[in-house]
Design a binder for this molecule. Structure first.
Ligand SMILES: C[S@@+](CC[C@H](N)C(=O)[O-])C[C@H]1O[C@@H](n2cnc3c(N)ncnc32)[C@H](O)[C@@H]1O
Length: 228
């Protein structure tokens, strides 16, 4: 069984064609939501999601001079976790989230992270420039996860890694049913609760080399893919 074919898939239909989520959003909506969330983001989404952030950076094993792209850097919570010997570009759609990130970088004297406002679905970089392209808690936020994954793949160097840290639709039918039911509501607090990992990977033509459970009860996953 390929790593991305999870047992007990509970969305009907083929992974190549089925809907990734029961909820739909647009960039304007997402920007508005994060404009409102920016002032409380670190309190609400900081500590509960932090074990996953720590594990992700540790497992990256970043080498000296690696070029890292963090997609959806938000308020820059991960910025101070990167080793000083790498170079990081952090992009985000939300001006309010980036403003918080800018203050954090200054406060923590982080000098190897650069911030840019950019849409993850339209990355303004050449092909194959980053060793690691990392999206923490982003892929269930964007309108088109597959378009974002394709962009992440495009800007990643051959042999480089594309990493997603995210909550995905549960493989347990009862929980999945609830996650699909509430997804049109959770978008108002910044994310879809029912992104289907198997369908996402299949439609983005990505193969996971590892999927590790992280955070409380292992309800989030750290998904690492390698660019061929
Ligand atoms: C849940 S937050 C994650 C922030 C951060 N990575 C963390 O670990 O806390 C999602 C972030 O993705 C950003 N975002 C949403 N859609 C985006 C897009 N199309 N392009 C770039 N960033 C986007 C939001 O503005 C927000 O800052």
């Amino acid at each position: 069984m390929a790593l991305f074919e999870r047992e007990n898939d509970n969305f009907s239909g083929d992974v190549a064609t089925r809907a990734l989520s029961a909820a739909a959003v647009e960039n304007d909506f997402v920007e508005r939501v994060y404009g409102n969330l920016a002032s409380v983001y670190d309190v609400v989404y900081g500590p509960p999601l932090h074990p996953g952030r720590l594990q992700a950076v540790e497992r990256m094993r970043i080498r000296p001079n690696d070029q890292v792209l963090e997609v959806g850097i938000g308020t820059g919570i991960t910025a101070a976790l990167y080793p000083k010997h790498c170079t990081v570009i952090g992009v985000d759609l939300s001006v309010s989230m980036l403003a918080k990130a800018k203050k954090r970088l200054r406060r923590k004297a982080v000098e190897n992270v650069r911030l840019l406002r950019m849409d993850a679905a339209d990355l303004q970089f050449e092909d194959g420039v980053f060793d690691i392209v990392y999206a923490p808690y982003l892929i269930s936020v964007v309108p088109d996860p597959v378009a974002v994954a394709r962009e992440m793949h495009r800007v990643c160097k051959p042999g480089g890694r594309i990493i997603f840290l995210n909550h995905f639709l549960s493989p347990r039918p009862a929980l999945a049913w609830i996650e699909r039911l509430i997804s049109p509501l959770t978008i108002h607090i910044g994310w879809k609760s029912d992104l289907d990992l198997s369908a996402f990977l299949a439609q983005a033509a990505l193969r996971a080399t590892s999927i590790a459970p992280v955070n409380l009860l292992g309800l989030w996953s750290l998904v690492t893919c390698q660019r061929d």
